[in-house]
Write a new protein. Structure first.
Length: 365
């Protein structure tokens, strides 16, 4: 079965679950007395949320998970059972409150409209439910403004809410430490001023590695997948590796062009490897004439425009004995951060964009 998955196109991703567990352990250590809420939104940043969450629940004792949508939460509940907390950190429409309640999902309340709608639903059911209160401290995205939020009036009015934690989100914990400290101060001042003795969560991945945690829960995301922006070395292990193979060999003459729109002309006689992977798989078109793959110790540049399902690389220097070798698209020698540099983006986007068309193979050893 494993051979059939690897040869399906044959382009596939290996997801190394022990590496994920290893990275979670580092996050747990750096969280100090705080607990880790594992962030597995966007299908675990493209890695497969169900498999990841199930593994670290067993191996690392993780009991708290964060996702972005109700569909992600319900699917996770079906896999993990009732002994974990699942928080949806994004918006949930009122039409899906029955699913929130039925699956014991913790909803994040970040404005009065959501508070009103969800509380009304709970009143109709004569029920109570856990919620997270999101505070705005400087991200200017979601949350109640700490300057004018009357939390005690809020709690009196919406008495069917059982507040499980107060949360905020840091905008620049990887680039602007002064602003990060300001955001933390705004959060701390709000909690202190209102004498709120509740669990708290502030730190994302960059904060976990760059600051000392004092909050109840940390919310590491990208670091658990093997990448983070820090000014010191961490023993993080990338969790995803992507491989393909050469499907056809082309021998072209000097001056001939390759692929759509003839953006590459051979400067000499060349050997081209054609591979079954393209931008529909998440190998971005902007990697054209910019990226490279790795084959048996050789760095082979991408040549010509990447197509929807196909790409071409220069294998002129590659020994013929390596034509049938595995091609590393992402892994030890070609990282998600390299992809991000070629795309002018970040590793988060690169990982999340890996298409479901690329089958995942899970390594548990």
């Amino acid at each position: 079965m494993l051979t059939r998955i690897k040869t399906l196109r044959p382009t596939y991703a290996v997801i190394d679950l022990p590496s994920y567990s290893h990275n979670i352990s580092i996050a747990q250590h750096l969280s100090g007395q705080g607990e880790v809420m594992a962030i597995v939104k966007a299908n675990g940043y493209g890695h497969g949320a169900d498999k990841l969450a199930e593994y670290i629940m067993r191996k690392n004792g993780i009991k708290n998970f964060g996702v972005a949508t109700i569909s992600e939460a319900v699917k996770l509940r079906e896999v993990l059972g009732d002994d974990v907390n699942i928080t949806v950190m994004g918006y949930i429409d009122k039409n899906f409150y029955p699913e929130v309640y039925a699956n014991n999902i913790i909803l994040t309340v970040f404005d009065y409209y959501i508070a009103e709608m969800y509380h009304r639903y709970l009143q109709e059911k004569s029920a109570k439910a856990k919620v997270v209160i999101k505070l705005e401290t400087g991200m200017n995205r979601l949350g109640f403004d700490t300057d004018d939020f009357d939390i005690h009036s809020f709690m009196d009015k919406y008495d069917r809410f059982e507040i499980s934690m107060f949360m905020t989100h840091l905008s620049s914990s990887d680039t602007d430490f002064e602003y990060t400290n300001l955001q933390m101060k705004r959060f701390d001042d709000f909690m202190l001023k209102n004498r709120l003795n509740y669990p708290t969560s502030v730190f994302n991945s960059s904060a976990v590695v760059n600051f000392r945690n004092k909050y109840t829960y940390t919310r590491p995301g990208i670091m658990t997948y093997g990448y983070v922006y820090a000014d010191y070395e961490l023993d993080l292990k990338p969790v995803m590796r992507i491989y393909s193979k050469i499907a056809q060999i082309k021998h072209i003459k000097k001056g001939e062009s390759v692929s759509y729109n003839r953006t590459f002309y051979a400067p000499q006689d060349m050997t081209i490897g054609v591979m079954p992977v393209g931008y529909a798989d998440g190998y971005f078109r902007c990697f054209s004439n910019r990226g490279h793959v790795y084959i048996d110790g050789y760095r082979c540049p991408v040549v010509g425009n990447i197509c929807m399902d196909i790409m071409m690389v220069d294998i002129t220097e590659l020994p013929e004995s390596s034509y049938s070798s595995e091609v590393e698209l992402m892994g030890e020698h070609v990282t998600a951060e390299m992809w991000a540099e070629w795309a002018g983006s970040i590793s988060y986007e690169m990982l999340c964009a890996v298409s479901e068309r690329i089958p995942r193979v899970y390594n548990t050893d």
